[in-house]
Design a binder for this molecule. Structure first.
Ligand SMILES: [Ca+2]
Ligand SMILES: [Ca+2]
Length: 244
């Protein structure tokens, strides 16, 4: 999928980020962009710049926006072919391990109609140069669109960006990428021309089901002791019968 070639560059650049050890509990992962770009960046034309915060017109409140500077009319083999994307916090505030089985969601906006067969992509990169990729067909509207799905492997591809191969992700691969995840990318560039604008708001990963904590072990009641010559019977001390 050549549209993802820009993602490849970002992964290589980001792979040097140090990864914090996996946390036992999920770190809150919610980006409403109401007061700031929350450290999201825009990657295009070989560079990275802070995402532009637009303080009104989001869904609701503020949102972040990118303006596509270079067209993709030559893709996949010739210039111009430069797919712009939003990149999330790098490094992440914590491991995504506890998000397995949760949901991903974000709001997306375009000011042009999608080109044929052009999708939005959500990419969760890991430190090894792999990425989980979710392809999201956009609606033909310039209103805000809400996308969401499950943080489990069905419908996700695992890309090896170094080799350029992809295959359906397995459960083990999905969990592996989450455990060493670095910045997620949102690739909104659904129009092969340039000059269009894309908006992103409410980027959220929720926690998956957490393992139930084990109930406290039942403690057996202390066994009642009886005086000499008596024995326990049905919870009461009764006199022992003396055989004659
Ligand atoms: Ca907002
Ligand atoms: Ca474009």
């Amino acid at each position: 999928m050549k549209q993802l070639r820009w993602v490849t560059g970002s992964v290589i650049g980001a792979a040097v980020a140090l990864i914090a050890p996996a946390a036992a509990t999920a770190t809150p992962f919610s980006y409403p962009f109401n007061d700031s770009n929350q450290t999201f960046t825009v990657l295009q034309n070989g560079g990275s710049t802070p995402a532009t915060l637009v303080s009104t017109g989001g869904n609701p409140g503020g949102f972040i926006r990118l303006t596509d500077a270079i067209a993709e009319t030559g893709c996949p083999t010739a210039a111009p072919c430069d797919v712009s994307l939003f990149e999330g916090p790098n490094p992440l505030p914590g491991s995504l391990t506890a998000n397995y089985g949760g949901t991903w969601s974000f709001d997306f906006k375009t000011d042009v109609a999608p080109s044929v067969n052009k999708n939005v992509y959500l990419v969760i990169n890991d430190a090894a140069g792999e990425g989980l990729v979710k392809s999201i067909p956009p609606a033909n509207t310039t209103n805000w669109q809400h996308f969401s799905g499950s943080l489990t492997e069905p419908g996700w591809l695992l890309y090896d960006f170094g080799v350029g191969t992809s295959a359906p992700a397995t459960e083990a691969q999905f969990k592996s990428v989450l455990s060493t995840a670095i910045a997620p990318d949102i690739q909104p560039d659904i129009y092969t021309g340039s000059g269009e604008h894309y908006g992103l708001d409410n980027f959220v990963f929720t926690d998956g089901p957490q393992p139930a904590s084990a109930p406290p072990a039942a403690t057996a009641p202390a066994r009642k002791k009886c005086k000499k010559g008596r024995k326990l019977k049905h919870g009461r001390c009764v006199k022992k019968k003396v055989r004659k």
